[in-house]
Design a protein around this ligand. Structure first.
Ligand code: ATP
Ligand code: MG
Length: 342
């Protein structure tokens, strides 16, 4: 019986976790970072508070990201993080009746990885947990007409994975999940700065560089420069260098090309009728990576298909999961009606 109690949609992302509560919208949006005490493995902080500690913790505390490449890398920590966030989302309501949750899963996740995510949600206090494929949630959240008999293409560029799918009549026709996302771009920037400037930078600095001056291709914006602080590898002392948008584009180009190539491959595998719809409707970009300057332009140049970014792309998956929560109810009602009839 699902009728009563709280219902949550959880976007268990590599970079950010969002929780959508039925009737209330997005109630939690936190970086997927947990600070734990090393010896006892006790959770000390979750989300933004833990993120502040990344790379800055004393010996007895570690700040970790329990999800890698879109899937659970550390089960226990993920469970504890979910328990914390579910409690935060429900407040007192959860005490009466545990919530039913939908968890989104990258389309490339194995059945073991999917089961781990659902088990973690149940162990974290959910009464029951259902999966939804991440690109499906992204398409619903972006408001694409996925129920109609026409092709819709969504490209969700997250922190750990890029999910690409063509959806028609509410089902995924072709899809791919690439283990390349924003985090890989950050790492490419870190490697570049280390190699060229002998400078070690932290992951937050690398992400900052990407967001401030990173781009997928040349855009109408002028090239920019940015001062970057880190630690000199040779002297071990703090150091500042100036980095240009041109070299950042170059540093991330290989990963960006992988995303473009995967989109092209999916287009090649798309049945012609659906491809014709996509040419007309365009490709929809969601996820934080959709905000990389010039990503839409590059995809358009490479595919000759219109490309548009969803409103609020970083919330698309959570909103879609939230809308799917309503579907559980519709399905249930249908079951109930069917039961009355027989
Ligand atoms: N303006 C921006 N330009 C470029 N990248 C950005 C921008 N804003 C956010 N990002 C990147 O988007 C990524 C996070 O996106 P998102 O929240 O969709 O990921 P996620 O859902 O947590 O990950 P996944 O779906 O892979 O598990 C991060 O790598 C972040 O650096
Ligand atoms: Mg995501």
């Amino acid at each position: 019986m699902l009728g009563f109690g709280e219902r949550l949609g959880i976007d268990l992302g590599t970079a950010t976790i969002l929780v959508y509560a039925r009737g209330r919208g997005i109630v939690v949006r936190e970086p997927s970072v947990v600070a734990i005490e090393k010896t006892s493995r006790r959770v000390l902080a979750v989300g933004e508070e833990a993120r502040e500690m990344l790379g800055r913790t004393p010996g007895s505390i570690v700040a970790i990201r329990p999800l890698r490449d879109g899937v659970i890398a550390d089960y226990t920590v993920t469970r504890d993080m979910l328990a914390f966030l579910i409690r935060r989302a429900c407040g007192n309501r959860a005490r009466l009746l545990k919530p039913v949750v939908i968890v989104c899963i990258p389309s490339g996740a194995t059945s073991v990885e999917q089961r781990a995510a659902l088990d973690a949600a149940r162990a974290a206090g959910a009464r029951d947990a259902f999966p939804i494929e991440e690109p499906m949630a992204a398409a619903i959240g972006a408001g694409l007409p996925i129920g109609s008999p026409g092709g819709n293409m969504v490209v969700d560029i997250g922190g750990g994975t890029t999910d690409i799918a063509v959806i028609s009549l509410g089902g995924i026709v072709v899809s791919d999940s690439l283990r390349v996302g924003g985090t890989d771009l950050d790492e490419a920037i870190t490697r570049h700065i280390r190699r060229v400037y002998n400078l070690d930078i932290g992951e937050r600095t690398a992400e900052n560089i990407k967001i401030s001056i990173g781009s997928a291709c040349r855009t109408e914006d002028e090239e920019q420069e940015m001062e970057v602080r880190g630690r000199d590898i040779v002297s071990g002392l703090p150091q500042t260098v100036t980095v240009s948008s041109l070299e950042v584009r170059d540093a991330i180009s290989e990963n960006v090309s992988q995303i473009v190539a995967a989109v092209k491959t999916i287009l090649e595998r798309t049945p012609p009728e659906l491809a014709a719809d996509i040419i007309e409707r365009g490709i929809c970009l969601t996820g934080g990576g959709a905000l990389l300057r010039g990503m839409d332009r590059l995809l358009h140049l490479e595919t000759q298909i219109p490309v548009f970014i969803a409103d609020d792309p970083m919330s698309s998956v959570a909103i879609g999961t939230g809308k799917a929560l309503e579907e559980i109810e519709t399905l249930q009602r249908r079951h109930a009606l069917a039961a009355l009839r027989y």
